[in-house]
Design a protein around this ligand. Structure first.
Ligand code: ADP
Ligand code: GLC
Length: 495
């Protein structure tokens, strides 16, 4: 099949979170099983042109009520059947930030930037003569795409494509005041509660959920959670109505990028049969964070510093846990209040807490490798990738039992034969502190800890399996008759 895949961030070119990892790896996995992929993404100012980047001249002009906009295209072939289509427009994309300025404020014209990106991607495919069977949209930035396919591109070759919309995070919806309808030239008849209206605002994500042929999200558990008022962010009713079209497909990990046996970012490599290298990584990690060595466990965090990630319960829990002989290393960027919370912990425990605020891919690999436990007590978590990287790196995840965390980690006490991590339920600091206490108990039982680590390292979260689930979904859309009577693997998991 021919698949056009749109994402506002793609590893290795741009990244703020897991969406970029997925958009880097899933199309590659689909290409490996024989499909033809065109991945469209904005050409941000900081992107170094990859070798062999080919400009497609002349640019196309897209017309909007706010003025004509030039789309400068450049193509990069990653493999014969995997090409990346960069969409350039310096006024929109050559800025110091992908969604917000360095102070953390969203760019005020994000509706224009991402509407432009989405339409330029569709027009770019046409321009190239790429006629997709499937157009796969991701998150709110591309939410207007399924609507555009039904309206603006009706009657073109693109209109025969089926659309898939993936929710990576329901909390980020792309909500804008209704004057944006005029600004973007959207037809007013879609500004209804059944359409893209959301409490008198324009909701880009909702447009994706209403008009895409199929919806997916990134774990089976999250697919269920978002159909409830607690985790539905006002869209649970719509998602319940579309329940038959909503599939939970777990993310995978890029097993080449995240492999402790070959990781170029590490001072020593290791695998499940020879863990010595992990001890070297641990020493290097403590020294990089200016911490002394210890016989106690090292807890690691790599995260966006956002409410989603559970720091409101974790920081008080750590205040308590740091009374023990443990070390804590934090690599994160985001909200100032959480930076302040971690700084306060460091002030109270300067020899036990190491902090780095910023985005540092190399250091994120060292934290995964050098830590003994990885903390991820999320309030909600659509899938989560860091717990999967942790499992692969023999770093025992301590997680809250929500979304993809619940689907991917097996609690060591609940299942002695299969346990891979520590899970807790209630969203409160006491429960988080108790989970850290259980990690300390496991630390004091080295044979058991070794068994848990090895089991984690044996788990297979490679993309191949998930790519097959997406493939089955695509096929069911393109040739519904051949899928009739068969239950999709993805659908089965979500129920
Ligand atoms: P989310 O997408 O919600 O942020 P995920 O766990 O799916 O959460 O993915 C986060 C990705 O971003 C991982 O690849 C993680 O290593 C990376 N990451 C998060 N914060 C940082 C940081 N400060 N420096 C480097 N990488 C980071
Ligand atoms: C989102 C989610 C995260 C998920 C990632 C990739 O950013 O917060 O849980 O792993 O997307 O799908």
């Amino acid at each position: 099949m021919k698949i056009l895949f749109l994402s506002s961030e793609v590893v290795p070119y741009s990244k703020t979170g897991g969406l970029a990892d997925v958009a880097g790896a899933l199309p590659a996995a689909l290409a490996e099983i024989g499909h033809e992929l065109l991945v469209a993404t904005p050409r941000y100012g900081h992107i170094q042109p990859p070798d062999g980047l080919e400009a497609l001249d002349p640019p196309l002009t897209l017309r909007f009520p706010f003025g004509p906009q030039a789309a400068h295209y450049a193509l990069h072939g990653r493999a014969p059947n995997l090409r990346v289509l960069f969409i350039g427009n310096d006024a929109f994309f050559a800025r110091p930030g992908i969604y917000n300025d360095p102070s953390g404020s969203d760019f005020p014209d994000n509706h224009r930037r991402f509407a432009f990106f989405t339409l330029a991607a569709l027009s770019g495919a046409q321009h190239l003569g790429f006629v997709p069977d499937i157009v796969h949209f991701n998150d709110w930035q591309t939410g207007l795409g399924p609507l555009a396919l039904r309206r603006g591109y009706a009657g073109t070759a693109l209109a025969r494509a089926k659309s898939v919309f993936t929710i990576h995070n329901l909390a980020y919806q792309g909500l804008f005041p209704k004057r944006v309808m005029e600004d973007l030239g959207l037809p007013w008849d879609v500004f209804t509660p059944e359409g893209l209206e959301f409490y008198d605002h324009v909701n880009f994500l909702k447009a994706g959920l209403v008009w895409a042929d199929a919806l997916t999200t990134v774990s089976p558990r999250y697919a269920q959670e978002i159909q409830t008022p607690e985790a539905g962010y006002g869209l649970d009713g719509l998602l319940r109505r579309r329940t038959g079209d909503l599939h939970g497909i777990l993310n995978g990990i890029d097993a080449r990028e995240w492999n402790p046996a070959e990781d170029p970012y590490l001072p020593a490599r290791y695998d499940q049969d020879a863990l010595d290298g992990k001890a070297t990584c641990r020493r290097e990690l403590l020294s990089r964070f200016g911490l002394t060595t210890t016989d106690g466990p090292v807890f690691g965090i790599v995260s966006r510093l956002a409410g989603q990630k559970g720091f409101d319960i974790l920081i008080p829990a750590l205040e308590h846990a740091l009374g023990e002989d443990i070390r804590l290393v934090v690599l994160g960027s985001g909200e100032a209040r959480y930076e302040a919370g971690f700084r306060a912990l460091q002030q109270h425990h300067p020899d036990k807490v190491g902090l780095r605020f910023g985005f540092d891919v190399a250091l994120s690999h060292l934290v995964e490798a050098g830590a003994d436990f990885f903390l991820m007590p999320s309030l909600y978590e659509p899938c989560g990738l860091n717990q999967l990287y942790s499992l692969r790196y023999g770093t025992v995840p301590v997680v809250r039992a929500v979304g993809g965390l619940d689907d991917t980690v097996v609690d060591v006490d609940a299942d002695l034969a299969h346990g891979t991590g520590i899970k807790f339920g209630p969203y409160d600091a006491g429960a988080a502190a108790h989970a850290i206490g259980r990690a300390l108990e496991l630390w004091r039982d080295p044979p058991r800890l070794r068994a848990v680590r090895r089991r984690g390292m044996h788990q297979d979260f490679s993309w191949t399996r998930s790519a097959r689930a997406y493939e089955a979904l695509y096929r069911s859309l393109v040739r519904p008759e051949s899928a009739a009577g068969q239950q999709l693997p993805a659908a089965r998991k979500a129920q």
